[in-house]
Design a protein around this ligand. Structure first.
Ligand code: ZN
Length: 370
């Protein structure tokens, strides 16, 4: 490396550090990021009925839905886990969404049952239902079996055994923080498939889908219909079926986007000055600084909603964004760990009597006042 390049490297690194932008940050310009995941692919056909394969139905309808969204929602960035007939591991699908900092993950599948008469569409979010039926359980077990085609699947799913219904227990105690948004999206989707594509309604359910388990954003899994039902299979592979299903999924996504944008408008931070945010005993407040920008974010920027108590202060002409607001040092460490999943360089700052002080000083004051 020449000296000039070295210096350039240092300058670039310094600028990144000063602005707090992690080098691997995704530049989505504050757009909503949607990840569409057409189930199965390549050596994994999914469920089959004669010559018809689930992977093809999923891909056709997912691509068409994505196209409608890209054409009509300019404020949305669409990412696909696959756009062709290739095999992608379940954990990698979730990884693609996590790395993109996605706001929504939609996995598209087609159901299958022993009984040829079973039909209709259903939508899932992650979880375990109190009144779970064996049909719901089996659908998830069947989908999760895709990992048997992965090399080294034991290494990626923390002991989950796709051959054992008892394995589902790992989902029982899961707290999904995105439950509310996932349920909204699932409900919009289910209603549109019934209303606009006129599919028999099998409802919204919860089950332990591995592909949803690994994603860290609101997420749903759609079972478009039953490939094992000859009529439904014919419909889902026809141009009419592809058009109607993708239209209904697009409409549902639009509804969710409106709902999401309204939430963001409400979440605009008001405080500009750095403050103790009304703590009476005048204890130092800890916050996590995660991002610095030359200009304040627009009020509809989704990053303002990414964490609790997002706020900013201005220092040396730079807007420094923080989140969390607590007098509890242990609590702020937890927040930091959470934020560092996305912003590797996030760190803790302390504020006391309207001024930024060192964390060391702040902890001394905290311990004296205990
Ligand atoms: Zn499937």
């Amino acid at each position: 490396m020449t000296k000039a390049y070295k210096i350039l490297g240092i300058i670039v690194t310094t600028v990144f550090l000063a602005l707090g932008l992690p080098a691997n940050a995704v530049d989505d310009q504050g757009r909503f990021v949607l990840v569409i995941d057409p189930g199965h692919g390549g050596k994994d056909p999914g469920a089959v009925n004669g010559k018809n394969q689930e992977k093809t139905i999923n891909l056709n309808i997912a691509l068409k839905m994505g196209k409608l969204i890209e054409e009509n929602c300019k404020d949305v960035k669409v990412i696909y886990t696959r756009k062709t007939d290739v095999f992608v591991e379940l954990y990698k699908r979730a990884d693609i969404a996590n790395k993109a900092g996605a706001d929504m993950f939609i996995s598209v599948h087609t159901n299958s049952a022993k009984s040829k008469s079973a039909n209709g569409a259903e939508t899932y979010l992650l979880g375990v239902e109190e009144n779970r039926t064996s049909a719901n359980l089996n659908a998830a077990l069947e989908e999760n079996k895709a990992i048997l085609l992965e090399n080294d699947y034991e290494a990626h799913y923390e002991g989950y055994d796709p051959n054992s219904p008892e394995s589902m227990i790992i989902f029982e105690f899961m707290q999904n923080e995105y439950q509310k948004e996932s349920l909204k999206m699932a409900t919009f989707t289910q209603n549109q498939m019934v209303k606009s594509a006129k599919r028999p309604d099998r409802g919204v359910h919860q089950a332990g889908y591995l592909v949803l388990w690994k994603s860290t954003m609101p997420s749903i899994l759609i079972e478009l219909g039953f490939i094992s039902n000859d009529n439904e299979c014919k419909y889902l592979t026809s141009q009419k079926g592809i058009d109607e299903m993708s239209q209904s999924l697009y409409k549902a996504f639009k509804e969710y986007l409106d709902y999401h944008n309204k939430l963001i408008d409400k979440a605009v931070p008001t405080a500009q000055a750095i403050g103790n945010n009304g703590n009476e005993k005048e204890l130092p407040v800890y916050k996590v600084q995660f991002m610095s920008l030359k200009k304040p974010l627009k009020k509809d920027d989704k990053r303002l909603k990414a964490y609790p108590d997002v706020d900013y202060y201005t220092e040396d002409g730079v807007c420094k964004y923080t989140c969390g607001n607590t007098t509890d040092y242990d609590a702020v460490q937890k927040t930091k760990a959470e934020v560092q999943k996305k912003y590797k360089d996030a760190f803790v700052i302390a504020v006391y009597q309207g001024k930024k002080i060192s964390v060391k000083e702040a902890r001394e004051i905290t311990s004296k006042n205990k």
